[in-house]
Design a protein around this ligand. Structure first.
Ligand code: PEP
Ligand code: MG
Length: 903
């Protein structure tokens, strides 16, 4: 295409492949940028052009087709005709094109594609005349099918049913076995379905086909599964998709033709060596959909060694150029190789670690870059347990190990049931003949996925790996009947809906019943503190964790109360306890102590017991964390969690009254419960408010901590306790509590003829605390952001009820992309954290800053805490490795951003 000055001077609506490169994914989409880059590298890419995301955004904004779009497409088509030596709609030398979506971020299978655009009755007739009848009808039926479904919204299953029926009637095991006559018949049937459903026939003007296909691809950006996928992946809704219009090359043109998908390394294990699937006499979507089981790429090597070698050379070129695992789609047309797509390959979490570290070993990237190639979420999935090895256990079925992991659940056969049962709190395993993008909701909901058809690059395999779901594809002999809600296996084994099965995605096996599960080797290695492992993935995780520790600015502490938890946290690399929730020491049978605490006539006894208990527990905890800080938070018991349920107790009392068995003790219990009952317990008598109403609690807890400290230090232990005041809203609450605490510390210390300094911090977990941070900082040695309560009170949403009552509806309505109780809401809650951090540090330079809400352990929130300059994060013990890794990664990313800012 000759680039007219007008076109480039105006908005770039259409670009030819050689006009773009890999850096232009925003404008050309990932697929388009990849094609452009490959053309630049001289790889055999068919000629084509790209309708930009700019054009799509203009269309999506409701203004219709942007001015000049069709003129630019026409010009680009003329150029494409020249380059290919073919002509659009010309029966003698027909040019057919593919019209494919391609957004900036990969959204595999979530949007639409129309292939074989340009096929018409006269083109088909001419091909038949030239003896290419099978190819003509196979291409034609594909166009009718895809155009009907994508452009005109005909239900795709109507076509699929006819295809299945035709295979049954003709005895063909696969589509490739259907002959020309059968495919001609099928094309006719498809066209009748098309006409009945839409009232129109397939346009015979190829330009009209193209125009409507491009618009349909634009529209698919807002299709339901695309929106769902974006919401899950956090991809913004306003990017739009590019449309790639490329000359068709045909893998369905006989036995020396075929299509394949391959990776420059194994995307499941990360092992080096080319890896992939190839289907002879087929088009690309046949490989990806899993509708026929493909052969291993090595088989192509045996059949066509020169071609295999050529492919291998291109794969090496791509991996060296991109310095990472590449995923490549290719087609062979009558012995000639064409590369149709490349992108960075999706990989399992295990492969991500292994590949990153092996690229370092190979001198391709450095450790900093390797750290940015993995993330905390991936590590989290590797810490998942695996099945306990059980001798003699026979699998029900074998398949391909498509995505590693161990999971069990009740078998379901459709995505709707998978989602519905999961919402009821059940664990499900989704079994499908093969999955399609419509199954995304089911893949997301299920613990594991099994399919009877499809290879390691099938839709199910690719999506499950990305999501970290356990997946086995191509399960031999499995027949799934979603209508009868039943699956069968060879030998007459039947598996009805609801039966429990276990799925081993690492070995590719399915077992009857629920199997025992054991900790992951990665988690075991980290907690045992080993520094080397023969297992490549374990070794890679240990290497990158060690590097993350060198790079991270954030300290990593644990939320823990018991010595067992503390020891586990230490093994995982915790650098102290950032939050000891002392009310957790009063759970179970000890709950009654809180009840007695608030009952006037038994308070002294309860306080004495609480103090004695605290002494024992603090002593054990401090000892377990010897040499490291332990932040003890004063009592913060939401009353409704500790007192009896008022309704239940009232009923019990009423029944007792009726029977004449109501005694004084029950009456007193009822009156205490009534007295302390709260309508909004999460906004009630908690934290510093309880300590203000019953300051003796401060005395008991602080005395116990100081006694434990003095005794342990006297015995030579290096113990480092700190104190923290919860739920403070006003500085006067803090100063009163602090004065009382310091008085007790001084009294106990002087009774032991010693002196003691305990740092005293405040939890910033109410908006008012954040807004008055400067005043609080005058009286606090550190702030710890309690983002659970801060989220609850900033949003005014109950942290206990919001998820069950309305958050799902909010996500569905697109109001919230994520759960704010899981991933920090940077715009609102984050703004308060930033404000408090800034004002606090201004008032007291050197003020310690940490966070201890659930968000501190959420990989997606850690970047925010790193950017805000916190000193430490405190999370539950199992998440410590995740936080260490993510904190290191964020430090590298931040340093990179800082360097590029100063350039
Ligand atoms: C918080 O509110 O974030 C917090 C850590 O305290 P808790 O969860 O115990 O209320
Ligand atoms: Mg709290």
């Amino acid at each position: 295409m000759t680039t007219t000055p007008e076109r480039t001077a105006r908005r770039p609506l259409v670009l030819e492949l050689h006009e773009g490169d890999r850096t232009m994914a925003g404008l050309l989409g990932g697929k388009g940028a990849g094609l452009a880059e490959m053309s630049r590298l001289g790889l055999p890419v068919p000629p084509g052009f790209i309708v930009t995301t700019e054009a799509c955004r203009a269309w999506l904004s409701g203004g219709g087709e942007p001015d000049g779009l069709w003129e630019q497409i026409e010009a680009a088509m003329l150029d494409l005709e020249q380059r290919s030596g073919l002509r659009f709609g010309d029966p003698d030398a027909p040019l057919l094109v593919s019209v494919r979506s391609g957004a900036r971020f990969s959204m595999p299978g979530m949007m639409e594609t129309v292939l074989d655009v340009g096929m018409t009755d006269s083109v088909a007739a001419a091909l038949v005349d030239r003896g290419e009848d099978r190819f003509a009808w196979d291409s034609y039926r594909r166009l009718v099918q895809m155009y009907g479904r994508t452009v005109l919204g005909v239900d795709g299953t109507l076509f699929d049913e006819q295809l299945t029926r035709l295979r049954q009637e003709t005895g063909a095991a696969t589509d490739a076995e259907l002959d020309a006559a059968a495919l001609e018949r099928l094309t006719g049937v498809f066209r009748r379905i098309f006409q009945e459903r839409t009232g129109e026939d397939l346009p015979q003007d190829p330009r009209e086909q193209l125009r409507r296909a491009v618009v349909a691809v634009f529209a698919s950006w807002n299709g339901e599964r695309a929106r769902l996928y974006r919401a899950h992946e956090g991809i913004p809704d306003d990017l739009g998709t590019a449309v790639n219009v490329v000359q068709m090359v045909f893998g369905n043109r006989g036995d020396r033709s075929g299509s394949g998908v391959c990776f420059t390394r194994d995307p499941v294990s990360g092992a080096p060596g080319v890896f992939g699937d190839y289907l002879p006499n087929a088009q690309g979507e046949d490989v990806v959909s899993g509708s026929r089981s493909p052969m291993d790429l090595s088989e192509l090597g045996r059949r066509e060694p020169a071609l295999h070698e050529e492919l291998s050379v291109h794969l090496r070129t791509l991996e060296q150029h991109y310095r990472d695992l590449c995923d490549v789609e290719f087609t062979v047309e009558r012995g000639r190789l064409w590369i149709l797509q490349t992108r960075l390959g999706k990989r399992s979490p295990a492969a991500a670690f292994r590949i990153a570290v092996e690229l370092v070993d190979e001198g391709v990237i450095d450790l900093d870059e390797a750290l940015t190639r993995v993330d905390g979420t991936q590590l989290q999935t590797l810490l998942h347990p695996t099945f306990t090895t059980e001798e003699g256990l026979t699998p029900l079925a074998h398949g391909l190990a498509a995505s590693p992991g161990a999971a069990y659940g009740q078998l379901v056969f459709d995505s709707a049931t998978a989602m519905a049962w999961t919402a009821l709190g059940r664990q499900v395993v989704l079994a499908r003949p093969e999955t399609s993008p419509d199954d995304f909701g089911g893949l997301l909901a299920a613990r594991a996925v099994i399919t009877s058809r499809g290879g390691l690059t099938s839709h199910a395999a690719v999506v499950a790996r990305g999501l970290g779901r356990t997946c086995v594809t191509g399960v031999e002999g499995l027949l799934v009947d979603p209508v009868a809600r039943m699956a069968t296996l060879p030998g007459g084994v039947s598996l009805p809906e609801g039966i429990v099965v276990s799925v081993d995605g690492t070995r590719g096996e399915v077992y009857a019943g629920q199997r025992d599960i054991e900790p992951s080797p990665v988690s075991t290695a980290i907690s045992q503190g080993v520094s080397h492992s023969p297992d490549r993935t374990v070794r890679a995780v240990l290497t990158l964790l060690a590097h993350a520790d060198l790079r991270r600015q954030l300290g990593v502490m644990a939320n823990a109360e018991t010595p067992e938890e503390a020891r586990a946290a230490r093994c995982f690399g915790a650098e102290g306890i950032g939050l000891c929730r002392t009310e957790h020491m009063l759970l179970g049978a000890r709950r009654v102590l809180v009840e007695r605490l608030v009952t006037d006539d038994d308070r002294e006894g309860a306080l004495a017991e609480i103090e004695a208990l605290a002494l024992t527990e603090f002593t054990a905890l401090l000892e377990a964390m010897e040499g490291l800080p332990v932040v003890v938070r004063l009592l913060d018991p939401p009353m409704h969690e500790f007192l009896p349920d008022l309704v239940e107790l009232s009923v019990t009392a009423a029944l007792a009254d009726e029977r004449g068995t109501l005694d004084a003790a029950l009456e007193r219990r009822l009156s205490t419960t009534r007295r302390w009952h709260e309508s909004n317990p999460m906004l009630g008598l908690r934290g510093v408010r309880l300590l203000t109403v019953l300051p003796q609690v401060i005395d008991a807890q602080v005395r116990a901590l100081v006694e434990a400290t003095i005794t342990l230090r006297a015995a030579g232990h290096d113990v480092r306790p700190e104190l923290m005041v919860p739920l403070v809203a006003d500085v006067a609450e803090l100063t009163a509590a602090r004065e009382r605490m310091e008085g007790i510390v001084a009294d106990v210390a002087s009774a032991h003829d010693t002196s003691l300094h305990l740092p005293i911090g405040v939890m910033v977990e109410l908006p008012r605390a954040a807004l008055t941070a400067a005043a609080l900082a005058e009286h606090a040695d550190f702030f710890s952001f309690g983002t659970n309560d801060l989220t609850q009170t900033t949003w005014g949403m109950s942290r206990d009820d919001a998820e069950a009552n309305f958050l799902a509806a909010y996500r569905e309505a697109g109001i919230l992309a994520t759960d704010p109780f899981k991933t920090l809401d940077e715009a609102g809650v984050g703004a308060l954290v930033e404000l408090a951090a800034r004002d606090g540090r201004r008032a007291r330079p050197g003020l310690g800053l940490g966070a201890c809400g659930e968000h501190a352990g959420d990989p997606a929130s850690i970047g925010f805490f790193a950017r805000t300059g916190l000193d430490y994060l405190s999370c539950s013990p199992p998440r410590i490795p995740v936080v260490r890794l993510e904190a290191g990664r964020q430090a590298v990313l931040l340093a990179g951003a800082a360097t590029s800012d100063t350039r």
